[in-house]
Design a protein around this ligand. Sequence first.
Ligand code: NAP
Ligand code: MN
Length: 260
Amino acid sequence: MKYFICTRDDVNSRAIRDEIDKALKKNGNVLDEICPDTVISVGGDGTYLRAVHKYLDRLENVDFIGIHTGKLGFFCEFTRNEIDDLIEALLYKRRVIVKHHLLDIKYKNNHYYGINEVRVENPYNTMICNVYIQNQLLENFRGNGLNFSSTTGASAYNRSLGGPLIDPRIETITMGEVASINHNAYRSLNSFLVLGEGYEIRLQGNFKRCLIGYDHEFVTIDSSSIEDEITVNLSHRSMRSLHYKDVNYFYRLRKAFVAD
Ligand code: NAP
Ligand code: MN
C-alpha cells in the first residue's frame, strides 16, 4: 500500500497519525504524499474533506478512510479508541469501496467540485438570478444565496439551513435558499427541493461580488455582466470511500445530533 495521512493540526491527532504511520511502515507499506492509493484522515469530517480536495486531480486512484479524534463523524468510521482496529483493517481486511458522485458547479468553463455542497452566495447585496431546472424557469430568486447539497452533505450546511437529512442509499441534490426575500413584490419557491440524478440547474443573473463555495473552498466572482450563467449538476466524477465497518446511519445521526 502507498499511503498518506492527512492530519488535523492538534497534539492528539498528530500522535494518532504517528502511531498509524509507524505500524504501516513496519509492515512494509510506503508513505507517498504525491501518489498514494490510500489516504487516511485523522481529525474531523473537515479534515476528511480537506484530504479529498488535496487529491481532487486523482480521485479515481485513491481510497479515503477517516479516524475521528473528536466524536463519531459522518465521513469517519473509526474513533480514537479504535486505532488498532483501523491498523488491523488496513493491513488485513478486505476493502469495501463506496463511490460518491461529486457535485459540479461550473462558471465560465471552470468547474469546481464539492463533496458536501456547492453554493453561490452574496454576502454584500441581494443576489438576483433566474433559476432554471432542465431549462424550465422555476423562479426569479432574490436573497443571500442558494445552496446545493449532496446526500452526504445533507447533515452539514444544508441541515443548518433547515434542510432535510437524506437516506444515504440515494443520490440527490438538495437546493436550499439562504435568506430569500419573499413578500408581495418578490416570490421564490421558499422551500427545499430534493432532486434525483440527472438534473441540471442553471442560474442566470448578475453574480458580481458573489462567491462560489465548494465545501471549505471558495472563489469570488467579479464580473459586471448581467447575464452570467452558473450551472450545477451531479458530476460523473466520484470519490472512493473505504469501509471496513458498517456504521449504521441512524446511529451516526444519534451520536451527532441527539445524544452522546
Ligand atoms: P469545518 O469547521 O471543517 O466544518 C464545520 C462543521 O461541519 C464541523 O463540525 C464538521 O465536523 C461538520 N461537518 C462537515 N461535513 C459534515 C457532514 N457531511 N455532516 C455533518 N457534519 C459535517 O468548516 P469549513 O472548513 O468551513 O467547511 C467544511 C464543511 O463544513 C462545509 O462543507 C459545510 O457543509 C460545513 N459548514 C457548515 C456550516 C454551518 O452549518 N453553518 C458552516 C460552515 C461550514 P467536524 O467537527 O467533524 O470537522
Ligand atoms: Mn450514480
